[in-house]
Design a protein around this ligand. Sequence first.
Ligand SMILES: Nc1ncnc2c1ncn2[C@@H]1O[C@H](COP(=O)(O)OP(=O)(O)OP(=O)(O)O)[C@@H](O)[C@H]1O
Length: 133
Amino acid sequence: MPGAKPDAHAGRLRRRIASFGHAFRGVAAALRTEVHLRFHAAATAAAVGLGFCLGITRLEWALVALAIGVVWSAELLNTAVEALTDLVSPEYHALAGRAKDVAAGAVLVVAVAALVVGLLVFGPPLLAMIKEQ
Ligand SMILES: Nc1ncnc2c1ncn2[C@@H]1O[C@H](COP(=O)(O)OP(=O)(O)OP(=O)(O)O)[C@@H](O)[C@H]1O
């Protein structure tokens, strides 16, 4: 901001860097506790590896990247909803169950969409490779 003191500017920058640190800590914590996220990590590695092996186009990379990002994002939000639900309602409550079910449903929806993207992008070149042999 013009006219801002250098100290205030440095403070804002430090807070912004710290925010990135918190976000990375969140991803690392979720990776440690969530089996599903480790599965997504393996699927991400497989999709990126296949992308390089099959030489997919720039647009296909964009679709694959979007699918990966949306699935990770949904799974992380689902993990956050589960943690908050357990904090607020450790006892059984129908609404707590609904919150968890709906959050899990959000993951399911994007996972199916990502599967469709994967089949459309990787399916044809993989089939062509199989037919060639
Ligand atoms: N406090 C609660 N009150 C009511 N139902 C709950 C409650 N906690 C969990 N449930 C029900 O049990 C299901 C499984 O909950 P849980 O917390 O074990 O999540 P999960 O699906 O095992 O998550 P993950 O395997 O991703 O950690 C929920 O989707 C919900 O239907």
